[in-house]
Design a protein around this ligand. Structure first.
Ligand code: HEM
Length: 508
């Protein structure tokens, strides 16, 4: 058609017209009958990607101060809505909860979670309900917490012993490493029945899965780049999912063999329960027949939900106590009064530790483990006067809501647990100014397990030991920056000096 000398200019001209048309379309919100929420001007191709930075929750907070609590962005080619006030969160997570109860799925969740199966990433509907029912009934309900309490106790006792040794030697403790290691061991034992494997690097595989889950993947928002795999994520996901699948297959087979040899069907871990259900004939009560892929995806979903979240919550709470000796002292006084100095804390003591409860709430307000709650609308929908497209990414900025001075007064940035004293605000997601476990249908199903674990670990660490920042560091010098991913951990490990507080060893 064209001579070769014309082909390049014509191609460039057509590309230019295409880019300009997308640019005009994406910035033409208000003249459109479908009015989108206000937001910053979107650039061609990348949209507003350049505004996210490495700490998107902070940058989105600044943008929301300018554009409002329901803000429209374009992430590459994907529309996004950022929700940043209690009133707006109420609209998305409560008033219109059924419409916004889907999660957006990504290339990584498709590869690692068997086509985005399991509880965390599947769309709201009958499959999701079946996964939730199985998970709550056999792992997350209150009655299960009593059954799995002994795992927490045994693992925590080992950490206490190792800290006593560190105290004796005057060592500086890498608190972050200790806490993450402890939570890994607790969660893997409860869910998989083991915390290591003689053939596979169990911990390495799962931590790489969590890392990949938190990487911002350009291919999700600029689909024309997907085939190029510029970040190498597709390749890495394929490698990891292949090995992880072999590990899960091995664990499932071992449980199947155990079922065949012990016909009593005795089991003590979650994956074993799912395996036995897979081999039971379908009946009315269990009307979804669970498959091998469902087991693998759901187990991975629950591990992703359970381990890092609880570890990050403990890490931040410990950081705040080290920065706030007044609060540390109050908490130790409560422990001394309720528990006494002659024994370790037991899980049954937790309900009597009111100040501990306030401390954990305050820590989750300032350091929500999930900074941006991800949702997706099931259909095109109007929220107030705004039109929200079906495939939009909804991001509820929990971090911004937790630090809003209009909600929490001028001392919003201060760690002050007493703000929850005599207040009606609870932690269960009923209040739209404070919902660290989310709200509505997709609210965290592991709240009970998460809270029990975080409080138990915190109570034990603070009761058994005295803690101080190392090298004479001043409280204000402690680096409190975050690192954004699937969760929001500290960017730098927390280190501290530890000394024994109880005069005798009580855990033998
Ligand atoms: C301190 C601990 C924890 C915190 C702060 C936390 C927070 C959250 C948040 C904010 C969500 C999103 C909720 C929403 O969309 O409204 C969530 C979802 C989820 N959490 Fe947790 N979580 C914690 C512990 C756990 C534990 C221990 C488990 C499981 C054993 C767990 C499993 C899950 C799962 C499976 C989902 C997805 C639910 C769904 O999509 O239906 N979480 N969590």
């Amino acid at each position: 058609m064209f001579s070769s000398s014309l082909a390049i200019p014509v191609f460039l001209l057509l590309t230019f017209i295409y880019i300009i048309s997308i640019f005009l379309r994406s910035n033409n919100h208000n003249e459109n009958a479908h009015k989108r929420p206000p937001g910053p001007l979107a650039l061609p191709i990348i949209g507003n990607l350049h505004l996210l930075g490495t700490l998107p929750h902070r940058n989105l907070q600044s943008l929301a101060n300018k554009y409002g609590p329901i803000m429209s962005l374009r992430l590459g080619q994907v529309p996004a809505i950022v929700v940043s006030s209690p009133e707006a969160a109420e609209l998305f997570l409560k008033t219109h909860d059924p419409v916004f109860a889907n999660r957006f799925q990504t290339q990584v969740t498709d590869y690692l979670f068997y086509g985005s199966k399991g509880l965390g990433f599947s769309d709201y509907g009958s499959y999701w309900r079946a996964m939730k029912k199985l998970s709550v009934q056999h792992l997350l309900s209150a009655s299960n917490q009593e059954l799995i309490g002994h795992v927490r106790w045994e693992e925590l006792k080992m950490v206490v012993k190792s800290l006593e040794k560190a105290a004796k030697m005057g060592e500086i403790v890498d608190v972050s490493k200790k806490v993450h290691g402890l939570l890994e061991d607790i969660v893997y034992k409860i869910i998989l029945g083991r915390n290591k494997d003689d053939q596979f690097d169990l911990k390495g595989l799962i931590s790489e899965t969590l890392r990949l889950g938190g990487v911002f993947n350009l291919a999700d928002v600029l689909p024309f780049l997907a085939a190029l795999d510029l970040q190498g994520l597709k390749k890495r996901c394929k490698e990891i999912s292949r090995v992880l699948d072999q590990l899960f297959e091995k664990i499932i087979k071992e449980h199947e063999e155990a079922l065949n040899t012990h016909k009593d069907g005795k089991r003590e871990d979650f994956i074993g329960i799912l395996v036995s259900l897979m081999h039971q004939p379908n009946d009315d009560e269990q009307n979804y027949q669970i498959t091998r892929d469902d087991i693998k995806a759901n187990v991975l979903s629950l591990i992703s939900g359970a381990y890092e979240t609880s570890a990050v919550a403990v890490e931040w709470t410990m950081s705040e106590l080290l920065r706030n000796p007044r609060v540390m002292k109050n908490l130790q006084n409560e422990l001394e009064t309720v528990i006494g100095m002659n024994r370790m804390v037991e899980e049954t003591d937790l309900s009597k530790l009111n100040y501990l409860n306030l401390v954990v709430m305050e820590s989750l307000r300032l350091h929500p483990v999930v900074a941006l709650i991800p949702r997706e609308p099931a259909k095109d929908f109007m929220v107030d006067e705004y039109y929200i497209e079906k495939n939009s990414r909804i991001l509820v900025n929990l971090w911004a809501i937790g630090r809003n001075p209009q909600v929490w007064s001028d001392n919003a940035e201060m760690f002050y647990p007493e703000r929850f004293l005599n207040s009606d605000i609870d932690i269960h997601g009923h209040d739209s100014q404070f919902f660290p476990f989310g709200s509505g249908r997709r609210k965290c199903p592991g709240m009970q397990m998460g809270l029990t674990t975080v409080k138990f670990v915190m109570a034990q660490l603070v009761h058994c030991f005295n803690w101080e920042l190392p090298f004479g560091m001043k409280t204000d010098d402690l680096d409190m920056t975050e690192s954004f991913g699937l969760s929001l951990p500290r960017s730098k490990h927390l280190s501290a000096m530890v000394t024994n507080r109880l005069s005798k060893v009580y855990h033998e």
